[in-house]
Ligand binder design. Structure first.
Ligand code: FBP
Length: 551
């Protein structure tokens, strides 16, 4: 495979490990833990893996190597920069336990385990992928591991390959499944440990003990680079309003981070829309107000950031989606048999009055999208809804009304963008390269310690990697009960943007100024080499959350 000059230079990058992982490790166990909520229910569902203590590793002199161990690894869900480094860290970790340990990758996501599709990941394969973006080393997929049949089928191949531990690299849903699998294998005495690794560019798999998910740092840096470029183009030509939708299925962390990095004129935060119980029209009014204010200063241009998940956070739409989820789960066959031309009427006839009204008020394309196939975890596929176009058109209509009332005299031309897939497979930033490698290495230490049902964890992430604290967090500690596909299920609680958290407060403090004036900043491309202040900085979200630096 031909390699670019950067690829060649990057292959030589040596991720920095926390000092605690550079010799032997000793385990320090904390107090027994509790789930995030619904403790009695979660305990009942996870009798063997509930209440485990948090674990922290401490460095001790390296000892005699242990027995070799065979480990399996799965990449699950959407791509996120750094996945290959988790695998290389895991590989190096199990080889440091015993050089005869082996690593097997299951192909194309959890489905590879069930269908027995795998390949052994040897040193030459691993070396090809160090510090590269993408999940192409083994591929990824969204098959949901949830049935006993799948678990048993998986166990057959694990036994055949003598695999004693499985590492699942995934988001909240995949790690929920990792916990269920860990519990099941423990309950039946299968002798297979399951360890999770927190992945998702969306940044919503985090809590008091998991500081961030990997991939968020790199993806937001890629988006911030291109948003900055658009802002400069916008400020040069001074003739367009750019509507930019940013990935992030549910939470608005990506949009917020990009706003902090780039200082656009408007950034909508879904969590705020929900908290203020805003309607779609009110969101439109907020943007139109910025357009009018800037037009009054002679500035008929600007940049608006829109989080991908916005539509689901508008309270009326959220209530509609919740009812649709239950309705389509309960009457899946009946709905599938309805003539597509008549599905709209069918849906309206089956909804409660309030939700039917909301459904009818939405543009037909958006309404239809809400009834289309969910992903395997039951989520509406929001990345397919063109919210950026919907909003810019609605703003255009509002401006026409204002112009008719003599309240607006500007010009309004729009451009639309959606940034999501562009950032998911970028070569990991130094932060993600180091973080992911350490997550993989930590997973190997958890395996060596005989743990199951844990998520690999690194803390103190705004300090230099040598100072990071490595350990494991029981996955059940992050769980609560939520309604999915019409039933109450144990799931990891998604981390949404906190409106009293530092990153949002920082944004809220400055947004009025950014709205009217042109305060754009231009972060530029990710730097892989050079001074630490340009190449090693973590996300501003992490920096503000940990309040370690003053801005
Ligand atoms: P994960 O939660 O699996 O990491 O995926 C997140 C994401 O990138 C979202 O931001 C986006 O809505 C979704 O995946 C797109 O899914 P797909 O890759 O299946 O189109």
């Amino acid at each position: 495979m031909k390699k670019s000059a950067l690829q060649q230079a990057r292959a030589a990058y040596k991720p920095q490990l926390p000092i605690v992982l550079t010799g032997g490790v000793k385990i320090v166990e904390g107090e027994p833990t509790q789930s995030a909520d619904n403790q009695a229910d979660i305990q009942k569902l996870f009798p063997n893996t509930y209440g485990l203590p948090e674990i922290r590793f401490e460095k001790v002199p390296a000892t005699e190597s242990a027995e070799p161990i065979n480990v399996g690894v799965i990449l699950s869900g959407g791509q996120a920069p750094g996945g290959h480094n988790v695998i290389s860290g895991l590989f190096d970790g199990i080889k440091s336990i015993n050089r005869n340990s082996r690593l097997y990758g299951f192909l194309m996501g959890p489905g590879g385990l069930v269908d027995h599709k795998y390949k052994e990941l040897t040193a030459d394969i691993i070396d090809e992928y160090r510090n590269t973006g993408g999940f192409d080393i083994i591929g990824s997929g969204r098959t949901k591991l949830e049935t006993k049949e799948q678990f048993d089928k998986g166990l057959e191949i694990l036994r055949e390959l003598d695999i004693k531990a499985l590492v699942i690299i995934g988001g909240d849903d995949s790690n929920t499944n990792a916990a269920i699998l860990a519990e099941y294998y423990k309950a039946i005495g299968a002798g297979v440990q399951v360890i999770g690794v927190p992945k998702t560019i969306d940044g919503d798999l985090k809590n008091s003990v998991i500081e961030t998910s990997f991939g968020f740092d790199t993806a937001t840096k890629v988006y911030s680079e291109v948003i900055g470029n658009i802002q400069r183009d916008c400020n040069s030509a001074k003739k367009y309003w750019h509507f930019i939708k940013l990935m992030g299925r549910s939470a608005s962390h990506i949009a917020l981070e990009c706003a902090l990095q780039c200082q656009p004129n408007v950034c909508i935060i879904s969590e705020e829309v929900e908290a203020k119980n805003m309607t779609l029209d009110q969101v439109v009014d907020e943007i139109a107000e910025a357009v009018v204010a800037r037009a009054n200063d002679g500035n008929n241009y600007g940049v608006v950031l829109i989080p991908e998940g916005l539509i689901e956070f508008i309270p009326a739409v959220k209530a509609l989606i919740a009812e649709l989820n239950d309705l389509l789960a309960a009457k899946a066959e009946e709905f599938a048999a309805v003539d597509p031309e008549k599905q709209r009427e069918w849906v309206i006839a089956h909804l409660s009055e309030a939700n039917a009204k909301t459904y009818e008020s939405l543009p037909a394309g958006v309404a239809r999208q809400l009834t289309l196939d969910r992903d395997p975890h039951g989520n509406v596929q929001v990345s397919l809804i063109e919210t950026e176009k919907l909003l810019s058109e609605m703003v255009g209509k509002r401006l026409e009304q204002l112009a008719a009332e003599g309240k607006y005299k500007g010009k309004y031309s729009t451009m639309h963008h959606f940034f999501g897939y562009e950032g998911r497979c970028a070569d990991p930033s130094n932060f993600d390269a180091n973080y992911c490698y350490a997550l993989g290495f930590t997973a190997a230490c958890l395996i060596a310690a005989g743990k199951t049902g844990y998520m690999s964890s690194l803390r103190n992430l705004t300090l230099a990697p040598v100072n990071w604290i490595a350990g494991g967090i029981p996955i059940t500690m992050m769980m609560n009960m939520e309604r999915r596909h019409g039933e109450m299920k144990p799931v990891i609680r998604k981390a949404l943007v906190e409106l009293d958290g530092e990153p949002f407060l920082k944004f809220a403090k400055h947004r009025d100024e950014w709205k009217r004036d042109t305060c754009y900043t231009y972060p530029g491309p990710i730097q892989y080499f050079g001074p630490a202040e340009v190449s090693d900085q973590p996300s501003l979200t992490l920096v503000y959350e940990q309040k370690r630096r003053k801005y």
